[in-house]
Design a protein around this ligand. Structure first.
Ligand SMILES: Cc1cc2nc3c(=O)[nH]c(=O)nc-3n(C[C@H](O)[C@H](O)[C@H](O)COP(=O)(O)OP(=O)(O)OC[C@H]3O[C@@H](n4cnc5c(N)ncnc54)[C@H](O)[C@@H]3O)c2cc1C
Length: 489
């Protein structure tokens, strides 16, 4: 059979190309978003000999943050990780630090973050305890980000296959044995065998297919005793957003509405919902528009993806027209919809430990499993759209908290680890820790753990967490955080 790989290690190692449609690797990563990028770069740099393959169904790396158009790293503690290097590679032309110049109000429901040349990257690394006007975020050009990720992974020796979808899994006892990879541009499916598997697919598709315990929607209070959880479970998940891009125009005016956006139900939706938009400036002066939300999460997940995306896009054309005519954006014109719908939440793993509201609120010093923390976060609990949870809307945290390693580990398998927004978090905790830089940090932890597991022939649960923490620089980073937030151990 034709080998689709082009990388040096694939061509050199014929012994592990087992036959027609069969490939063997050491570490297989499903999903090349923030989590998948973090996992791949950290694993490859820790173990340059390891055969690492990353699959993603989209045409670019970066997932939600590039193909989904979420070109914004919200203010957040970020961790000691590889985001610094990405930012440096994009600097100065494809990245900027943004400052809010317009806060959303009832009359003008949009926030506007413009690039502020006087704000440093470091100033974007804090959210908890900061007055809103002082918060800074990072805006980047999605294509440049995707390209920087690809360059870094290639330099590190990671084999990347885009437009390739994971479709099936084969397991034996407590081990994942192989998966099926389907090239989306034609060609037969291939079986990929691997020693280790990292699920970075956002909604934990690999763990789901392998029948790991999963959660979807709001948990009832009785499950984790979360103070804000509702009395009963519900299928409500964080709302989705179809992000789009607009560009400056010489003349004031408004875009013509596509037919789908003129439909009465779409017009009604815009008139009755009047959702707020988060508008961020690209380095070239275009604007990214993220309407919060475009559709309820439960509604989105109840429909086939193409149907839900078509409705979301029609709503966004209609909403944009309103922004042009009513909110002062008449000197911008529609440029493009992003191909990937922005999904904030779907299925989540129920792993060895489930991060919960109490951990988020307790903070670094008082939360459970402090000795296992492999990533830090300080974004508020942040749900968009309908909710039964009580009073968690954007309540700022006073200090950062950490995500324990056990949140990445499924109960059912020894050679599978999850590092994306679908890792083991409750619905409420996920609303806080889902930010891109946090997901990248989770990925880095999974990558470091994978290199150690390969070195020692260990299962993920037996990898020394202190060594992962040391390799990631977490202890020193925690000390820094404790001093910034004035906390004492
Ligand atoms: C609308 C919206 C706005 C947001 N705003 C912000 C913000 O302002 N700042 C911030 O920091 N965070 C924000 N977030 C959160 C953040 O962007 C995401 O939580 C984060 O990017 C998720 O990263 P991930 O790696 O977990 O998943 P993703 O980036 O979604 O990556 C998952 C990848 O897996 C791939 N994949 C899925 N299934 C398969 C399969 N079967 N086979 C192969 N590949 C597959 C997908 O193509 C995708 O590339 C926002 C999220 C949304 C949706």
């Amino acid at each position: 059979m034709a080998c689709y790989f082009t990388g040096h290690w694939l061509l050199a190692a014929e012994d592990w190309q087992l036959g027609i449609g069969m490939i063997e690797t050491d570490i297989l990563i499903i999903g090349g978003g923030s989590g998948g990028f973090g996992a791949a770069i950290r694993a490859a740099r820790a173990d340059p000999e390891a055969r690492i393959l990353l699959l993603d169904s989209m045409s670019q790396l970066g997932g939600t943050s590039t193909v989904g158009g979420v070109n914004n790293w919200e203010p957040g503690i970020g961790g000691p990780g590889v985001h610094y290097e990405l930012a440096a590679r994009l600097s100065p032309n494809a990245i900027g630090v943004g400052r809010t110049v317009h806060f959303s109000s009832k009359e003008e429901p949009y926030g506007f973050s413009r690039i502020d040349p006087d704000s440093s990257y470091e100033s974007s690394l804090r959210r908890a305890g900061l007055p809103k006007p002082e918060a800074r975020r990072v805006h980047f050009e999605p294509d440049a980000m995707a390209e920087a990720m690809r360059t870094m992974l290639r330099e590190a020796g990671v084999e990347i296959r885009l437009r390739t979808r994971f479709t099936d899994v084969s397991v034996q006892g407590r081990r994942i044995v192989s998966i099926t990879a389907q090239p989306l541009d034609g060609g037969p499916p291939e079986t990929v065998r691997s020693k280790l598997f990292i699920d970075c697919s956002g909604g934990c598709h690999l763990a789901r297919a392998a029948e790991c315990g999963m959660a979807f929607g709001e948990e009832p209070h009785e499950l984790y005793q979360e103070p804000s959880a509702p009395d009963s479970a519900s299928p409500i998940v964080n709302g989705i957003s179809q992000v789009f891009r607009v560009t400056p125009a010489a003349e004031a005016g408004a875009d013509e509405l596509p037919a789908a956006a003129r439909a009465p139900e779409i017009q009604d939706w815009v008139a009755t919902h009047r959702p707020a938009a988060h508008v961020t400036e690209y380095p070239n002066g275009d604007l990214c528009v993220n309407v919060l939300p475009t559709m309820e999460g439960a509604e989105f997940h109840s429909m086939p993806y193409p149907e839900a995306q078509a409705i979301a896009q029609a709503r966004m054309h209609a909403h944009w027209r309103r922004m042009q005519t009513d909110y002062g954006f008449e000197r911008y014109r529609f440029k493009s919809m992003f191909p990937l719908v922005g999904i904030r939440e779907s299925h989540r793993l129920v792993g060895r430990y489930v991060l919960r509201e109490q951990d988020v609120r307790a903070g670094l010093l008082r939360q459970a499993r402090r000795e296992e923390i492999i990533a830090l976060a300080d974004h508020p609990l942040d749900t968009h759209g309908e909710r039964n949870v009580r009073g968690v809307k954007l309540k700022e945290l006073e200090q950062p908290y950490g995500i324990p390693y056990s949140c990445l580990l499924p109960k059912e398998y020894d050679n599978l680890i999850a590092a994306s927004r679908g890792a083991s978090f409750s619905h409420i905790a996920a609303s806080s820790c889902r930010l891109s830089r946090t997901m990248m940090a989770l990925g880095e932890a999974a990558g470091a753990a994978s290199a150690l597991a390969l070195r020692d022939g260990a299962v993920y649960a037996d990898v020394d967490v202190a060594e992962i923490r040391g390799r990631l620089g977490i202890p020193a980073f925690e000390e820094k955080a404790l001093s910034v937030w004035g906390m004492r151990s």
